[in-house]
Design a protein around this ligand. Structure first.
Ligand SMILES: *[C@@H]1O[C@H](CO)[C@@H](O)[C@H](O)[C@H]1NC(C)=O
Ligand SMILES: *[C@@H]1O[C@H](CO)[C@@H](O)[C@H](O)[C@H]1NC(C)=O
Ligand SMILES: *[C@@H]1O[C@H](CO)[C@@H](O)[C@H](O)[C@H]1NC(C)=O
Ligand SMILES: *[C@@H]1O[C@H](CO)[C@@H](O)[C@H](O)[C@H]1NC(C)=O
Length: 291
């Protein structure tokens, strides 16, 4: 009887009373992937993201910036976009050259792949954090500490320490990078956040369904796994709780969650499960809180 009730899609009892979720930080992030095929051939692709929205892309060859959102070109003049493209070409040229030189000196074998996550994060309390995290062949390799203006190896091996020392000798580039991450990036982030406001503030309501997974055959006193499937919501912050007789179930062994996972249409989903003993007369509900 209880199960039959729970198999019905759950209604939004708790939504009206839901407290506000804390405001989230916003991030502007450039993702750079470069494949070094051999000493004479590389491929680079880049993507810019505002929060979880892809805003710009770059494919070399031409290394031209492409705009992926209708508002992504706003905020900079055509001249400023041209200057930015030149700056990126200059950066990629130096990146190419520096990495190849390191590969030669350290006798690294080709092919290998470098990845960079470069940008800044603005917190609700108006403080910000700049970052440049670089990976080699899928592993964290070296990071830039934007406050100290120093590179820090993320591996203890000889190569990472060599690269750390080499990059830290170039104080000019380090202070330029510090300025780009702490000032330029935060200004751009504020500009894009203003033009992209509607996209960032898009609201998609979650749809929740409660069901029992693999119900045991009648008469077997095995625990039942109740699953609450919440999907189609945007933005990402969500709170999902199980209620037993109206009381929130405390975190622990009976609860399990998939964590927040992306859907293909830039909405999110989450599954939360609760192990229950059937026949004990309790009632259960899944409560979803979202902006
Ligand atoms: C380098 O790699 C590219 C792409 O894989 C290939 O087309 C080219 O022939 C290679 N060159 C040499 C010298 O191996
Ligand atoms: C990086 O070097 C390769 C040759 O190894 C070249 O084909 C490519 O254009 C260079 N990229 C940039 C941005 O300079
Ligand atoms: C501002 O918020 C961030 C992220 O929540 C936190 O790490 C930082 O310590 C806060 N700074 C101040 C001065 O409150
Ligand atoms: C939680 O769920 C995952 C799969 O969704 C499973 O691999 C894991 O074993 C579960 N943990 C517990 C404690 O049930």
């Amino acid at each position: 009887m209880l199960l039959a009730l729970l198999l019905l899609p759950w209604a939004w009892g708790a939504l009206a009373a839901s407290p506000h979720l804390p405001p989230a930080s916003v991030t502007l992030r450039l993702l750079q992937t470069t494949v070094f095929h051999n000493a004479s051939s590389t491929d680079t692709v880049g993507t810019a993201l505002l929060g979880d929205l892809e805003t710009h892309s770059l494919a070399c060859g031409t290394c031209k910036i492409r705009f992926l959102q209708p508002w992504a070109q706003q905020g900079l003049t055509p001249k400023q976009w041209g200057d930015l493209e030149l700056l990126i070409h200059h950066y990629l040229f130096n990146f190419n050259r520096t990495v190849k030189r390191m590969a030669q000196q350290q006798r690294m074998g080709y092919p290998f792949v470098t990845q960079g996550s470069i940008g800044c994060e603005l917190h609700p309390n108006s403080t910000s954090r700049g970052f440049y995290d670089a990976g080699l062949n899928g592993e964290d390799f070296i990071s830039f500490d934007a406050d100290a203006g120093k590179w820090v190896a993320q591996q203890a091996d000889k190569l990472a320490l060599y690269v750390q020392d080499l990059l830290n000798q170039d104080k000019g580039t380090a202070s330029t990078l510090q300025f780009l991450l702490r000032t330029t990036c935060v200004n751009e982030l504020n500009t894009f956040a203003q033009y992209g406001r509607e996209s960032l503030e898009r609201q998609e309501k979650p749809v929740a369904v409660v069901f029992a997974r693999a119900p045991p055959p009648a008469g077997t006193p095995a625990p039942v796994l109740l699953v609450c499937r919440v999907t189609g919501f945007y933005p990402r912050p969500v709170r999902v709780a199980w209620l037993q007789d109206g009381e929130e179930v405390a975190p622990g062994g009976r609860l399990n969650s998939s964590g927040i996972l992306p859907n293909a249409d830039l909405t999110y989903q989450l599954h939360s499960s609760l192990a229950v003993e059937p026949g004990t007369g309790h009632s259960y509900a899944c409560r979803v809180q979202h902006s």
